[in-house]
Design a binder for this molecule. Structure first.
Ligand SMILES: [Zn+2]
Length: 515
């Protein structure tokens, strides 16, 4: 098997292993299990909760090229600490035929492991949220003094040694030009042309783009109001999946820093921007397609995609999933299917298969049992490490004795260095494995309450519903007269052989089609 490595290190957390240590452990794992490594992707000092990980995104892109069949991480939380992101990207890897492997977590593809994985991710996410809260506390202190909180300061400002802001006059001129041009009705393209003509560059030394202009025009700091933790929505329609910050987390200090533009100019620009935003939103309201990537056409085998259109005499809005072959090539006759109808159908099935009280009990039993056998695997690894460590210890004492008895050869020095290095690596590995064994054996009660959390799926936010569906549903096939759904497991049904049972849903008023 050919594999790629993904490693990530964030400087927020001193307990983390360095990129080198992660790569070393993964290489060892790969050797033991017969994987050959083709590429190493690594991101440094970035949080797992953002998409702002260039190497990660590159890896996801490359996964479609067939360069590797597996991605190996040291721990699952290196991949992502957010369940939604994790489910999303894992699903994408799977679609590209790439398996995600964790050195420390030993996960396989059985239904038990898929649910356990989701439980473990839930634990990791909780841990990440806690850590973020701690980091936030320190940043808030800095913010209350109107000081710069790290990162690149906005264009137009310099940061003094005491972390307060001062105006950088030559940059401030650029900022004023941008605001004034926008206020007097110039488009982004016209502003960018002017910037390029004058040779103006952004803070990072690059030419201006629409995104950087948008961020500048939305930055209230330029009016002299110090603001901390205000999430600036990204231009270009990229939506932030994480819930937006509440007002409590926002610190605002009027006149907390030197102003570059007047309040009047700011208000004028904001009014214009909001007007444009409303106009755009009316044209492109977004639907959250809970089943995206899961629905397939029973006639042509193609995938279904979400679609939104106004039709009929009254121009009613229809939101559906439809066969992409039909839409693009017109060679399939499958009719589209109403979004709410099929989504409710799938949610109802999860409610019976996974979230019914008796199903939860049965699943919790099996997962707890499964977790126990997995932990025993980790214990086996620990014993192996400990044996190797004992062997190295003996070699070290033998060498020391030999030297004490007057036998010295220059090669002994190098040998000793190697032994010591291997020894400290093993000690770290053993500690880590012990911690893993502890963390990775959630109790039956924990698993049950974890599943119960999602059992009111009907009342969850669309984002949560999507995350749950993407975790437990494998695929849905729409035929002329019925819909088949495959969930990861039917703990009601049969023995080990029936891991992906089909549930048929007979469609009454569904017109047939023939090619
Ligand atoms: Zn089709």
């Amino acid at each position: 098997m050919i594999a790629a490595i993904y490693a990530r290190y964030s400087s927020d957390n001193q307990r983390e292993e360095s990129i080198d240590a992660q790569v070393r452990a993964i290489n060892e794992y790969a050797q033991r299990n017969g994987y050959s490594i083709v590429k190493i992707y690594s991101d440094e000092a970035r949080s797992a909760t953002t998409d702002n990980r260039p190497q990660f995104l590159q890896m996801m892109k490359d996964s479609a090229l067939g360069l590797f069949n597996a991605v190996i991480v040291h721990k699952l939380d290196r991949f992502s600490r957010d369940r939604y992101d994790s489910a999303f990207y894992k699903r994408q890897l799977k679609k590209n035929g790439v398996k995600l492997i964790s050195v420390l977590e030993n996960l396989d593809d059985s239904p038990e492991s898929i649910i356990l994985e989701s439980v473990l991710e839930g634990m990791a996410e909780y841990y990440s949220a806690n850590l973020a809260r701690e980091v936030m506390k320190g940043m808030k202190e800095t913010a209350l003094q109107c000081r710069h909180n790290g990162g690149t300061p906005p264009l137009g400002y310099d940061v003094l040694p005491d972390k307060s802001y001062s105006i950088n006059e030559s940059e401030a001129r650029i900022v004023r030009t941008i605001f004034e041009m926008y206020a007097s009705g110039h488009s982004y393209s016209e502003i960018i042309d002017t910037m390029n003509r004058e040779g103006y560059k952004s803070k990072s030394g690059r030419s201006f783009g629409k995104n950087s202009l948008h961020d500048i025009l939305r930055n209230e700091k330029y009016t002299g109001t110090y603001i901390f933790n205000r999430t600036v929505s990204k231009a270009g329609g990229k939506r932030n999946n994480h819930s937006s910050k509440s007002d409590i987390d926002i610190i605002r200090v009027e006149n907390g820093m030197p102003a570059i533009i007047s309040k009047e100019l700011w208000n004028e620009v904001s009014k214009k921007m909001n007007g444009n935003k409303r106009a755009r939103a009316a044209n492109s309201a977004k639907e959250n397609y809970l089943l995206s990537g899961l629905v397939f056409c029973g006639v042509c085998g193609g995938s279904f995609a979400g679609n939104r259109k106004f039709s009929g005499r009254n121009k009613n809005l229809y939101v559906t999933y439809e066969c992409t072959t039909r839409k693009r090539k017109r060679t399939c006759c499958m009719k589209s299917i109403e979004k709410n109808f099929i989504e409710n159908l799938v949610i109802d099935q999860l409610l019976t298969d996974i979230f019914a009280p008796d199903a939860i009990e049965r699943i919790a039993d099996r997962i707890a049992e499964y977790a126990k056998t997995r932990t025993s695997e980790i214990s086996k690894n620990i014993r192996e490490y400990e044996n190797e460590l004992a062997g190295i210890q003996t070699q070290i004492s033998n060498t020391v004795n030999a030297i004490a008895n007057g036998m010295f050869h220059p090669s002994m020095k190098q040998k000793m260095d190697e032994l010591e290095a291997r020894k400290s690596a093993l000690v770290i590995r053993i500690e880590e494995a012990k911690r893993q064994a502890e963390i990775n054996s959630p109790s039956r009660d924990f698993i049950r309450s974890y599943l119960e959390q999602d059992s009111d799926i009907k009342n969850k936010s669309p984002e949560d519903q999507k995350r749950i569906i993407q975790t437990y549903v494998v695929k849905i096939i729409v035929y002329n007269d019925r819909i088949d759904t495959y969930t990861i497991v039917d703990f009601d049904g049969g023995g080990e052989g029936s891991r992906t049972p089909v549930r048929n849903h007979i469609l009454k008023n569904f017109y047939g089609c023939s090619l």
